[in-house]
Design a protein around this ligand. Structure first.
Ligand code: CU
Length: 326
């Protein structure tokens, strides 16, 4: 993470180019028509009037089955990046009345969780923006380097249901292709070793246990982070469907130890490759351990690596920074 932090100064000058972000917005666009197409197909046998499509509740029904994060606009709420000074990331959520939402419920200790990852699943960050009175959320930009990023806003509008909206944001610069790391049951981050037991199964709940050790010794004094001893996000390769995974037990409940194991109940919507990101807090620092896991049919062909991207020759003036993802 240090490298990522170091990089942010470089990246942030480039980050807030939302004109470009809207340029790639069409990447997210097909999701909505696809959902509607499915919906139309379902309705084909019914005598449903075209006027149904103007009905907000109707649209909610159509998208309720989708995993989070695939839509930039859902149930009347829309994620809108706004132009921000260099080094800052800012956005608004507009509500069914078209105005910026200013009232949110606290969930997992915060009113807003902003998660970002590049489209190739590298560079994951989970940050907590500050809300201004006009409904604008601002945070030091977590977009650590060039690439096409997916930004997820995970929130609960007061009076509404929990929602995760997603939008693509481009940070210009030399692209570096990063293949998805191979599936593994152990990883290291910041001197910690984290092991994973259990495997997600499509369509049903599976227990995933992550166990943290350091220098060969179990870590038994994990610190609460967001109301738990760990916070797990899973992103599906291919479309970055966003899954928020809930831990079993809570600090102070008299039965949940502060490590070394943290157990989650996870349900993935389909077979395929997922990247898991475990945030845990120890030594007053939040660390992120990442794993690739395969759900379902293990004989499925490994994700094909795209043809190498042509990366411009590193500019002598700027150099090509290393990339902080592990
Ligand atoms: Cu959060």
């Amino acid at each position: 993470m240090n490298t990522a932090t170091k990089l942010s100064g470089f990246a942030l000058g480039l980050a807030a180019v939302f004109g470009t972000a809207y340029g790639v917005g069409h990447l997210a666009g097909p999701v909505t028509p696809a959902a509607e197409t499915r919906h139309d197909a379902t309705d084909a046998g019914h005598d449903s009037g075209a006027s149904d499509h103007g009905d907000g509740g109707h649209a909610a029904t159509a998208t309720a089955h989708l995993p989070g994060g695939l839509l930039v606009s859902d149930r009347g709420y829309t994620l809108q990046p706004v132009t921000a000074p260099a080094g800052e990331f800012a956005f608004r959520i507009t509500g069914p009345d078209g105005r910026p939402v200013t009232r949110y419920d606290v969930a997992h200790d915060k009113r807003m969780h902003l998660i970002v990852a590049r489209r190739d699943l590298s560079g994951f960050r989970h940050v907590h923006p500050e809300l201004a009175a006009d409904g604008t959320w601002r945070v030091a930009s977590p977009l650590a380097g060039p690439g096409v990023w997916r930004a997820f806003a995970d929130f609960t509008p007061t009076g509404g249901e929990p929602l995760t909206l997603g939008v693509d944001v481009t940070v210009p610069g030399a692209l570096e292709h990063r293949p998805l790391p191979a599936p593994a049951t152990s990883t290291t981050v910041d001197g910690y070793t984290v092991t994973l037991t259990g495997a997600p199964q499509p369509g049903r709940t599976s227990r995933l246990t992550l166990t943290v050790s350091r220098d060969g010794r179990p870590v038994t004094d994990l610190q609460p982070y967001l109301g738990a001893y760990g916070h797990l996000v899973a992103l599906r390769q291919g479309d970055l469907a966003y899954l928020h995974v809930h831990p079993e037990g809570a600090p102070g409940d008299g039965r949940t130890p502060a490590g070394p194991a943290v157990t989650f109940a996870a349900e993935v919507p389909s077979a395929g490759a997922y990247r898991l990101y475990l945030d845990f807090r120890h030594g007053d620092t939040v660390h992120t351990a990442e794993f690739t896991v395969l759900a379902g049919d293990q004989t499925a062909p490994a994700p094909a690596a795209p043809a190498p991207t042509t990366a411009p020759t590193p500019d002598a003036g700027h150099g090509t920074p290393g990339h902080g993802h592990s």
